[in-house]
Design a protein around this ligand. Structure first.
Ligand SMILES: *[C@@H]1O[C@H](CO)[C@@H](O)[C@H](O)[C@H]1NC(C)=O
Ligand SMILES: *[C@@H]1O[C@H](CO)[C@@H](O)[C@H](O)[C@H]1NC(C)=O
Ligand SMILES: *[C@@H]1O[C@H](CO)[C@@H](O)[C@H](O)[C@H]1NC(C)=O
Ligand SMILES: *[C@@H]1O[C@H](CO)[C@@H](O)[C@H](O)[C@H]1NC(C)=O
Length: 484
């Protein structure tokens, strides 16, 4: 008697668990994304019910010839609002392998410019930023809507790193649907050739117009009469050097080379959201990358999944983060998990993905951003999140990274063992070994970060009033007309 009672209870318990799991699956499959996705699949594949999200994704990209058509025709994705559709040219998509030699790409930058001629560079950069030419449109067309992604790479002068990033990007599934924007602060033929060779998606180059390269002997570069970093304030004032009254909070004067990245970072956001014509009404996400990253091939797929998860499990999240810096990446355990957290510069600055609404929040905090005495944009952003942006920036971050940081030889660290090539090998091996854990067909929140938040103590390097003022101008002004 006792035995059968226990068995009965066990049966009931088991049934409850089964029902519970089924209910959970049901909830997931009913997020807006999956609804539209299953419509796509049901027409084609009766197995679709098993993994509708993953299959729908694969399906759109497997249409080969059709894949370059505007991706989201109204019937399939009723939730997507389009702001721009540029169809591809059928002539070039029908035989992509057979390139007519006369149609071969003409370089869009001036190959003959002397990069030491700052006046020539100044106008060349204005020309390119004004022209806003999109490469590869004929081949891929472009469709920008509320569920699109624009990837922005901020690059300095490390062609060997940038090449590795672009090589990893070429292998990313569905990359042809993305608009890639490469933002430079160095004009070099080598970099331009490298970037113009991008053949896997629509691509635009933009140039930070206030670079040290262009302003090599004046602010924001280094002026001959600028105060030396370590000058004492009293001496500086006596010697009447340029910024004598404005050392940083640690008593040091500005170093141009460290200020550039923060200016570039904010200029680039302003330029993308406010100046680029084809993005005027863009409602979708942007993803911020740096030139020393390496991408996993399922990064877009993961972004797509994470976005669905945000709608379901974190409606107040304003950012998706695709990368993390954890030493040990366990794809078997964490491949399909995300963590909910508030933005911390050292943890969440890799692959930040957000839309115009967060940009508008940052813009409201322009004064705070530009006067916070820290030359690191990410440290500054954390300060904004803590002290200025309404309700702190909440986010979802992948627990198994889809981005890897190659830049051991970065701006600050002078490490001996900085062989990016070896690092790429290591990452590729790791990803290959874990291939079956990529493209997770369901991503779940695995918990909330319990790291204590604090308003970061500024590191200095941003005390010069000229930096504050120029920074404010990036926010305010049409940057194209600003350069004179
Ligand atoms: C290549 O394209 C040019 C211009 O588009 C055209 O005049 C020429 O006839 C084409 N050549 C071939 C071999 O198709
Ligand atoms: C530009 O300047 C650098 C260093 O001053 C020099 O090595 C280089 O040859 C110059 N390039 C040209 C094209 O004049
Ligand atoms: C943009 O992001 C915000 C959250 O930051 C969200 O509320 C809004 O719906 C998003 N807009 C679109 C078009 O997805
Ligand atoms: C933008 O910059 C130009 C030139 O520096 C200046 O004349 C103009 O007043 C500025 N506009 C705004 C809105 O700040």
């Amino acid at each position: 008697m006792r035995m059968s009672l226990r068995r009965g209870l066990r049966l009931v318990l088991a049934s409850i668990m089964v029902v519970f799991v089924m209910l959970n699956l049901h909830v997931l499959y009913n997020t807006p994304e999956s609804e539209t996705a299953s419509v796509l699949v049901d027409k084609r594949d009766s197995n679709a019910a098993v993994f509708p999200l993953a299959q729908a994704w694969g399906d759109t990209s497997r249409q080969d010839g059709e894949a370059h058509q505007p991706v989201h025709d109204g019937q399939v994705r009723t939730t997507a609002r389009l702001s721009l559709v540029i169809p591809s040219k059928p002539s070039s998509t029908s035989s992509p392998g057979l390139k007519n030699a006369t149609e071969a790409k003409k370089p869009r930058y001036n190959k003959y410019i002397n990069v030491n001629d700052t006046e020539a560079l100044k106008s060349e950069v204005i020309r390119i930023n004004t022209e806003q030419f999109v490469h590869n449109l004929d081949q891929f067309g472009l469709s920008l809507g509320s569920d699109s992604l624009v990837i922005i790479i901020q690059t300095h002068n490390r062609p060997e790193h940038l090449r590795m990033l672009l090589d990893s990007m070429r292998k990313v599934k569905d990359i042809s649907k993305v608009l890639l924007i490469v933002s430079h602060d160095v004009y070099s033929h080598q970099l331009n050739d490298l970037v113009e060779a991008v053949e896997f998606c629509p691509m635009m180059q933009i140039f930070f117009p206030f670079s040290q390269q262009i302003y090599s002997k004046e602010f924001p570069g280094e002026h001959p009469n600028d105060c030396p970093r370590n000058a004492k304030r009293a001496e500086a004032i006596k010697s009447k050097c340029n910024n004598a009254e404005h050392p940083d909070k640690y008593g040091h004067y500005r170093e141009a080379k460290y200020c550039q990245a923060k200016h570039h970072w904010i200029w680039k956001l302003q330029h993308v959201f406010e100046e680029i014509h084809i993005l005027k009404n863009y409602e979708g996400n942007i993803m911020l990358l740096e030139d020393d990253y390496f991408l996993s091939e399922d990064i877009l797929f993961s972004t797509f999944m994470l976005r669905g998860l945000k709608e379901r499990d974190c409606p107040d999240c304003r950012m998706l983060v695709l990368g993390n810096y954890d030493k040990n990446q366990n794809y078997a355990i964490n491949g399909a998990k995300a963590e909910r957290a508030y933005w911390i510069s050292s943890k969440h600055n890799m692959g930040m993905t957000f839309n115009r609404s967060l940009w508008l929040e940052i813009k409201k905090c322009a004064k705070e951003f530009c006067s916070f005495d820290d030359y690191n944009w990410d440290w500054t952003l954390q300060h904004l999140s803590m002290k200025c942006i309404h309700e702190k920036i909440r986010l979802l971050v992948m627990k198994a990274s889809r981005i890897f940081h190659l830049g051991e030889c970065g701006m600050h660290k002078k490490s001996k063992n900085c062989d990016p090539q070896a690092k790429v090998k290591e990452i590729e091996t790791k990803l290959a070994q874990n291939y079956k854990h990529l493209y997770p067909n369901m991503v779940a929140v695995a918990g909330d970060s319990r790291i204590k938040l604090r308003d970061p103590k500024p590191n200095g390097g941003w005390g010069d009033i000229r930096d504050h003022n120029m920074c404010l101008k990036h926010f305010k002004n049409a940057s194209i007309t600003q350069v004179r």
